[in-house]
Design a protein around this ligand. Sequence first.
Ligand SMILES: [Cu+2]
Length: 116
Amino acid sequence: MKITTLRHALAIALGAASILAGTAGFHLAQAQDQQTDMITIKDFMFSPMSVTIKAGSTLTWKNLDDEPHTVVSDAGLFRSAALDQNETFEYKFTKPGVYRIFCGIHPNMRETITVQ
Ligand SMILES: [Cu+2]
């Protein structure tokens, strides 16, 4: 079918673009699957604000704002440096639990990571 082929080609093109852009693919992947490993920081918000991952998964945060943000665990587990635009921070969650994250510069920016 022509339409199917076109959609397939579009999906491949989007996939390739997302590898370059880094974030579009995240939203696509998230729609298909709850397993998420990239958090974007945009418009003074973590997205998604609530994530469930498996123990042993590494999360990557990427700041898309032209304003610096940090990624801080309120339990004191980790604290990133100030991330400038397009900079990333990674953390590997090894233990199950609920982790509350905020931005040290804008403490009203919050999210919850559930590690199973
Ligand atoms: Cu911030």
